[in-house]
Write a protein that binds this ligand. Structure first.
Ligand code: SF4
Length: 138
């Protein structure tokens, strides 16, 4: 699956959930997206839910901003770094981000970063429209 395909699919799933939550306050929406509730109520939102597995080992893991508004990608490549193509990066250069590097490609690795999973951050950038929050990602 390309980045673009994942982005469109995931955004559509997010929109479908938000349609059901129209009567929820912002606070209730954010609470709804906590991992434990999402596993129960929205098992198809993330493949890890079937294994009841968190992508990050933190107490309050919130899934509202999977993915991250600071992520940048281009399926055709953002730029060349010598012989390798850079396909994605972190726009804020998070100190907890890193890179997957292969012979010909470089991808952003967010596995060590908690920025978009923290509720204080979600409140800061909140919109009921996931695509609006993610407008600079692609
Ligand atoms: S490293 Fe962190 S802040 Fe940067 S794109 Fe990944 S999750 Fe977002």
């Amino acid at each position: 699956m390309t980045y673009s395909e994942w982005f469109q699919n995931h955004g559509a799933k997010h929109q479908a959930i938000m349609k059901k939550l129209q009567h929820f306050s912002e606070k209730e929406v954010i609470q709804y997206f906590r991992f434990e509730n999402m596993v129960k109520e929205e098992p198809d939102f993330c493949p890890l839910y079937k294994e009841n597995k968190k992508c990050h080992d933190i107490d309050i893991l919130n899934c509202y901003l999977c993915a991250c508004p600071n992520f940048r990608f281009d399926d055709e490549g953002l730029e060349k770094e010598e012989e390798k193509t850079l396909f994605s990066l972190c726009n804020i250069d998070s100190k907890n981000g890193s890179r997957y590097i292969s012979d010909d490609a470089i991808h952003q690795n967010c596995s060590g970063c908690l920025v978009p999973h923290q509720e204080a951050y979600i409140k800061k950038v909140f919109s009921r429209n996931w695509f609006e929050i993610m407008q600079d990602v692609q």
